[in-house]
Design a protein around this ligand. Structure first.
Ligand code: ADP
Length: 438
């Protein structure tokens, strides 16, 4: 019985009966108590309100006609109070007018029982409404559970969204890192590739230098041996046949020995220069000097036979002051003149021209020799490069122009050749002009 009417808790349902008639209270109360309900009673509307607020019954049976506060007013107040508004109210009335019943419903009553009371009817209606209350409570409970689940789900969704956002930004960060790392790597790879190319080039250069050095040793020994053999040969002849020779023969032999010795000495000088250049040990002292004077001195030292067609054109009005190294510049001029003389072979003409530009003095040495093919014009400034041509075949070491170009460049100038094959060549070099502060 108790279970059947309980509100879902372990306690039996509590019913508050408000009626001014003690007899009514006793009769209905007893009956319902026997049915297993907990019964609370009140004889006035005011007292009923208080009990309802304090004890929260599950259902209220409310009389309409009461002296102090009638049932309608009591119901109105019950419904106005937050703590009691959900307790279902069943009116008990002797009134039979339809308006009264309607008013009762309007004020929030859930049902009515007419007096005189029929017990079975009371019990049936109480049971029904308690079941409704019970259902409502269950529904409320379910709704609150659902609300909680909903809140929980919303939170869960929020958390997931936040996690997703974090994941997304981590992903982006990762992608960015991968991208920049890849870029870095490809840059490094590119650098490595370039470094590798440089290394390979350097390696080739080294190999080339090695080959050049081997060639150099072979060539140098050969070049040194030729004049030395000749000197030795002549000296031995002189020694062996001294008494059979007359003075002029002896003088001839001696002068050959001297000229071969000079050639040997010049060659050794060239070899020393090139070795200094190779070892980057080629420091020269730079000072102002007059290039015209140096040219004059070199020509004088050549001891040319009188009448040899060598012209010097001077296009610079006064002095030809340049900044450089006098001795080394003299060496270059002598070298260029030697070559020119060697290739014109007494049949042609040599012209020296000195010209002034904004910053430089330019010296040009022209000859009417065999000339140089265009494809060889740059190569002849390379070390050991010799033209293997019948016309201008040289017997030198191929070092002269290479040394000359190093000397000129060390002084801040430039050296080059302009030539027409079969017609002749002009070798030019420039040196920086001395700046006058007048
Ligand atoms: P070398 O000391 O053997 O003469 P150089 O370096 O002075 O070497 O000259 C390199 C090459 O340039 C020579 O083999 C020569 O054939 C060519 N050459 C130099 N000067 C002239 C010139 N004035 N006319 C034609 N060919 C020249």
């Amino acid at each position: 019985m108790i279970d059947e009417f309980s509100t879902g808790s372990t306690l039996p349902a509590t019913i508050l009966i408000i009626d001014d008639q003690p007899k009514n209270l006793a009769v209905i109360g007893d009956y319902l108590m026997k049915c297993g309900f907990t019964i609370l009673v009140s004889q006035t509307g005011t007292g009923g309100l208080r009990r309802a607020r304090d004890l929260k019954p599950d259902l209220i049976l409310l009389d309409i006609l009461m002296p102090d506060m009638d049932g309608f007013e009591t119901c109105r107040r019950l419904k106005a109070d937050e703590s009691t508004k959900n307790i279902p109210v069943i009116f008990m009335t002797a009134l039979t007018s339809v308006e009264d019943k309607v008013k009762g419903f309007e004020l929030g009553g859930v049902d009515y029982i007419t007096k005189p009371i029929q017990y079975e009817e009371v019990l049936a209606r109480v049971k029904t409404h308690l079941q409704i209350v019970n259902q409502k409570k269950k529904l409320r409970l379910q709704a609150s559970v659902l609300r909680k689940i909903n809140i929980h789900l919303k939170k869960e969704i929020e958390t997931r969204k936040a996690a997703e956002r974090e994941l997304q930004s981590l992903n982006e960060e990762l992608e960015y890192r991968i991208k920049s790392r890849t870029e870095e790597l490809s840059k490094t790879a590119e650098k490595l590739r370039v470094a590798n190319i440089k290394l390979e080039k350097a390696n080739k250069e080294l190999l080339k230098i090695d080959t050049i050095k081997t060639e150099f040793v072979a060539l140098a020994s050969h070049e040194l041996r030729t004049p030395l053999t000749s000197i030795l040969g002549y000296a031995q002849t002189l020694l062996a046949s001294y008494s059979q020779m007359d003075n002029s023969m002896r003088a001839d032999v001696l002068s050959t020995i001297v000229s071969e010795s000079k050639r040997l000495s010049a060659l050794i000088g060239n070899l020393l220069d090139i070795s200094k250049i190779e070892n980057r040990n080629f420091n020269i002292v730079i000072e102002p000097f007059d290039v015209g004077e140096v040219i004059e001195r070199v020509i004088n030292a050549l001891n040319l036979p009188s009448g040899f067609p060598l012209t010097v054109h001077n296009m610079v009005p006064d002095k030809h002051r340049v900044v450089g190294n006098q001795e080394k510049t003299g060496q270059v001029i002598r070298n260029l003149l030697d070559n020119a003389l060697r290739y014109v072979k007494n049949e042609g003409q040599i012209t020296i021209e000195i010209k002034e530009t904004d910053e430089f003095i330019r010296v040009g040495i022209s000859d009417t020799g065999p000339g140089i093919r265009p494809e060889e014009q740059e190569k002849i400034f390379e070390k050991f490069y010799r033209i293997r041509d019948e016309k201008n075949r040289s017997f030198g070491s191929g070092l002269g122009l290479s040394i000359a170009s190093n000397i000129i460049e060390a002084q801040g100038g430039r050296i080059w050749v302009e030539s027409k094959y079969g017609k002749g060549s002009t070798f030019y070099f420039t040196l920086p002009k001395e700046i006058s502060y007048e």
